[in-house]
Design a protein around this ligand. Structure first.
Ligand SMILES: Nc1ncnc2c1ncn2[C@@H]1O[C@H](COP(=O)(O)OP(=O)(O)OP(=O)(O)O)[C@@H](O)[C@H]1O
Length: 260
């Protein structure tokens, strides 16, 4: 189905995104000036760009606009290390429960959420770890807990800020497939360019404060994605840095290719 026929979820038209506002409402730190893009229902978007290019800034704005429709998996996980895996995942639905139910469940897990979180943990390869404090897990296990908490929110749409940065390529694919199985629409920041091409419908690429790629993944090449990372000087690879030689200039980047 062409995205023209899909429901429009987000439209930015020449909008300035950044951080902090003065008394007149002007942005104090402009990151993405004049941003224009759309997000349609059913799209799976990979968000690429080197560190500091504005991925988190854009995700924060999407999150603010989508509100309770979006599940959120933050870059630094936002887990409570002293609490068990079960409690951290359960926190995904904390806003839906009364304070009393939430507190009671912290002391003595209720049977239904215990079962639901257990099923989710099994899918995430965390079975048997439900009672373990998150502070005692590996980086990859913590990342899966953070994904579990986002999945447990049960929203229509998934927003993730590098949710597969700490796992191996095989696990990254499995986790993205799990995210897809529960959300029709997703926007995922990541640095794995081959994964962006193989797994996602669409790529948004940020460079120098601008959206320089907004195109279907099927129309893009690895070299075009490599050009988003001008500071890198190693050969491209699935999880490596991009090639310096043969990079297309930013002007040659396919910003509007296939834009809906
Ligand atoms: N709260 C903030 N206040 C002011 N400036 C900020 C704030 N958060 C981020 N920035 C700045 O905005 C710019 C974009 O940062 P952002 O975190 O969006 O980049 P990113 O692409 O997500 O980077 P990374 O891949 O390292 O997470 C950077 O220059 C950063 O210093």
């Amino acid at each position: 189905m062409e995205s023209e026929q899909r429901r429009l979820l987000i439209r930015f038209e020449g909008e300035d995104l950044g951080h902090g506002r003065d008394r007149q409402g002007r942005l104090q730190h402009l990151v993405l000036p004049g941003l224009t893009l759309t997000l349609h229902e059913g799209e799976r978007v990979a968000l690429l760009g080197q560190s500091g290019s504005g991925k988190s800034t854009l995700l924060a704005e999407l999150r603010a606009r989508l509100g309770r429709h979006a599940a959120w998996c933050p870059q630094h996980h936002g887990l409570v290390p002293q609490l068990a895996v079960y409690h951290n995942v359960f926190m995904g639905r904390l806003p839906e429960h009364s304070t009393l139910a939430g507190l009671w469940n912290l002391v003595r897990p209720l049977s239904r959420p215990w079962r639901e979180v257990g099923e989710l943990c099994a899918l995430l390869g965390l079975e048997g770890l439900e009672r373990r404090p998150v502070g005692q897990l590996s980086g990859g296990q913590r990342q899966r807990v953070a994904i579990g908490r986002a999945l447990y929110q049960g929203r229509d749409l998934f927003l993730g800020d590098e949710p597969v940065a700490s796992v191996d390529p095989h696990q990254a694919l499995r986790l993205l497939a799990l995210i897809d199985s529960r959300h029709a629409t997703s926007v995922v920041a990541l640095h794995q360019r081959e994964l962006a091409l193989s797994h996602f419908d669409r790529v948004w690429g940020l460079r120098d404060g601008h959206l320089v790629i907004d195109a279907p993944a099927a129309t893009l090449t690895l070299a075009e994605l490599d050009a988003l990372y001008p500071d890198a000087d190693e050969p491209a690879g699935a999880f490596g840095a991009p090639a310096a030689a043969g990079m297309p200039s930013p002007e040659a980047l396919p910003c509007a290719r296939g834009r809906p």
